[in-house]
Every structure is written in structure tokens, then in C-alpha cells.
Write a new protein. Sequence first.
Length: 257
Amino acid sequence: MKKYILDLTVKSVEQVHERYVLVKLTSKETLPQMLPGQFVEVRVDGSATTFLRRPISIHFVDYQQNELWLLVACIGDGTKAIGALKSGDVLNCVLPLGHGFTIASDNRKCLLVGGGVGVAPLLYLGAELKRQGVEPTFLLGARTGKDLLMLDEFRKYGRVMVTTEDGSEGEKGFVTNHSVLEQEQFDFIQTCGPTPMMKAVARVARQKGIDCEASLENLMACGLGACLCCVEKTTEGNLCVCKEGPVFNIKRLLWQD
């Protein structure tokens, strides 16, 4: 796909959690095509300690409103600077980058599993699946109920199941402990989140013989496969996650633990 370097205008910044903001961006021109699972590289202006662009998953694209949504975890100086943006500010982005999720267009029963800020790309994926006539089931995990993000948005596109480590909402435990994995049979699992969580999801998928894709969150600097800092060992050798991924079928990954 063609890549663009665009100055996008901040439409709004919404604090959805004490650590997360939802940034909605727009443009005078029609936004280019973007696929679920792809990401953008954001230039951070006004931060003396931030020299490299920050990779951020595409959370949602609303073509009717000409909006790109980014769900940002405000952790370091760079992401905190993004979270401090105001309506009317300009954010320079390189997009769309990477290879995204497979969009099932048949009657496959899809389970989308996310944890933490890893839930971000699953909203756009769920919307595209529903557009194709496939209503997904979301299985979203967090430490506590207050850490669950954007649940009402996810419910627009499918059934939502949740787990929390403290049991304050949904079922207590990790996403791989949820009863839906024992009670129902799925044809396809797609996941994004902390690596230990994704490896656990991949293990369950292998045990049950379910096709599975994972969106890796390796550290990325350039987003174009030039700097080699995001290399992942695969069945095909070392591959740059930013260029060959970030989405991989787990059969290509050396996740056998």
C-alpha cells in the first residue's frame, strides 16, 4: 500500500482513563485507505527528550467523519506530549504502515482477544468484520474493572466478554481462563496485547487446533524496516515486525513455550 506523510489536525482529545487518551484526527483531504492491524508513526513536537517517532496502532477509521482514532497510553515523555495536544493542533503522521489482520469474509466464528492498550487495533478489526457480515466476539482483559477501555464502542460491533485479575468486572483471572473458551468453539482467534498474554492465547489456540494471528508490539523506531530494532525470530528467519508484521500467523512465530 502507498504510504503518506500527512499533517493531521487534532479534532479532539478525550481522557478515557487516567493513563489513556483517545485522539481523533482529521484532514482537509480524504484520509487514505487503512487496514485493521496497521499502525502510524507519529512525530512528537515540543518534547526535548523525544527524538524518534512513536508507533501507534490504528484504533478506528471513520470515513464518514474523515477521522482517524488513536488510543494512546501516556507513559513516557513522547506519549505524554501526544496526550497533551489540544483541538486544532497538528500531528505529523506516516501512514499506513505494516501488514494488518486477515479479514474473514465467510461464516468463520472469530474471537478477538486483547489486553491493555493492545485492545486498540481490535476495534477497527471488529468493525470491518461486522461490515463483512462476520460478528466477532471480543474477549478483553485488564487488571481491574476501571482499566477496561472503550467497552461501549466494542459493543457496537460484537459480543463483549471481559476478565479482570481482581474479579471486579467480568470473570476473575486472565483472558485464557474465561469460560467462553471452554463453552464455545471458534474458528479463528486474533489477538493483541502484552507478549505473555499473546503467547498464552497462542498456546490455547494450538491446543485447540484454532487458526490464530497475533499483532506483535516489539519496539519500533523507523516503521519501515531500516533500523532493525524490532526484529523477531520466525520460521523464516529474522523479520522486521514493522515491515513484515506487526500481524503474524502464530505458525510463523517461534512461540513453542
